[in-house]
Design a protein around this ligand. Structure first.
Ligand SMILES: Nc1ncnc2c1ncn2[C@@H]1O[C@H](COP(=O)(O)OP(=O)(O)O)[C@@H](O)[C@H]1O
Ligand SMILES: [Mg+2]
Length: 228
C-alpha cells in the first residue's frame, strides 16, 4: 500500500466573479507514491502542479476522484474526510513547504519554526535542539532568530518556511518550488534535507523549477498535461 494514492482526480476552477467562467485544470490525474520515494511533478507553467499539491494537502477539494493517504489510523481519502480530521492529518502526517512564507506579524522566527513540533506536545528541549539544528543548517544567523521575519529578504523568509515545515518528521512531505529564491549554497542545504527526509522513509512530492535539482531528487517524474 503506497503512502499516497491519487485516483482519477479532476479539478475545474469556476471564476464566480468573472461570469462563472470554467477553467479546467486537472483531468484524470492518477499516481502513487511509496514511502521513501520522491515523485516530481513536471510540466509547463499553468498545468496545475501547484493546484495538485494543494489538493494533496487538502487546501483545494477535488471535483471527482480520490486522494488516499496513509495515516496513523490506516488509509484515508482526503477528498472525503471531515474538515476536523483533515486538520489532524495535516498536523501529524503531511508537511507542506509552500512557495512563500505566510508571514504572521510580530511572531519571532524562533516561535514560528518551533510551533509545529510544540503543537505535537514534544518537550521543549527536543524542540529547541531541532530548531537550532535546522536554522543552522539553513544558514540563518542566530541574530535573526528572535526577530519576526516580516522584514527578511525573500530567501531568508523561504528558509524560515523550510525550517518550520521540516520540524516534524512527517511521513508525507509536499514541496512547491522550495528553492526558487535561494542561492546555490542554500539550495544544496535544502537538497540534502530533502534527501534525508526520503531516506528516513518520507513519501515526497515536489515541484522544482531547477532542472539539476529535479534530476537529482526525482525517483520518478509525473508529467501534467494541459486539461484545456
Ligand atoms: N484559486 C484559483 N482560482 C482560479 N484559478 C486558479 C486558482 N489557482 C490556480 N488557478 C489556475 O489554474 C491553473 C493552474 O495553476 P497552477 O496550479 O498554479 O499551475 P502551475 O503550478 O503548474 O504553474 C492556472 O491557469 C491558474 O490560473
Ligand atoms: Mg506552481
Amino acid at each position: 500500500m503506497p503512502s499516497i494514492d491519487v485516483r482519477a482526480v479532476t479539478k475545474t476552477f469556476i471564476l464566480h466573479n468573472q461570469g462563472g467562467v470554467q477553467l479546467p485544470v486537472l483531468r484524470d490525474v492518477s499516481f502513487q507514491v511509496e514511502a521513501g520515494e520522491c515523485v516530481v511533478l513536471d510540466g509547463p507553467s499553468g498545468t496545475g502542479k501547484s493546484t495538485l499539491l494543494k489538493m494533496l494537502y487538502g487546501n483545494y477539494r477535488a471535483d471527482s476522484g480520490e486522494i488516499w493517504v496513509r495515516t496513523g489510523e490506516g488509509v484515508e481519502d482526503l477528498v472525503a474526510v471531515h474538515p476536523h480530521r483533515l486538520l489532524q492529518i495535516r498536523r501529524d502526517t503531511i508537511g507542506f513547504v509552500s512557495q512563500f512564507l505566510r508571514v504572521i506579524p510580530r511572531i519571532s522566527t524562533w516561535d514560528l519554526v518551533c510551533e509545529p513540533l510544540r503543537r505535537q506536545g514534544v518537550d521543549e528541549s527536543r524542540v529547541a535542539a531541532r530548531a537550532e539544528a535546522l536554522l543552522t543548517r539553513l544558514n540563518l544567523p542566530q541574530s535573526l532568530w528572535s526577530l519576526a521575519p516580516a522584514t527578511f529578504s525573500g530567501g531568508e523568509q523561504q528558509r524560515v518556511n523550510i525550517a518550520r515545515s521540516l520540524m516534524v518528521e512527517y511521513p508525507i512531505l509536499l514541496l512547491d518550488e522550495p528553492t526558487a529564491s535561494l542561492d546555490a549554497v542554500n539550495r544544496e542545504a535544502v537538497a540534502l534535507l530533502i534527501e534525508e527526509a526520503r531516506q528516513r522513509g518520507a513519501a515526497v512530492v515536489g515541484i522544482f523549477h531547477d532542472e539539476q535539482l529535479r534530476t537529482r531528487l526525482a525517483d520518478r517524474l509525473y508529467a501534467l498535461e494541459s486539461a484545456r
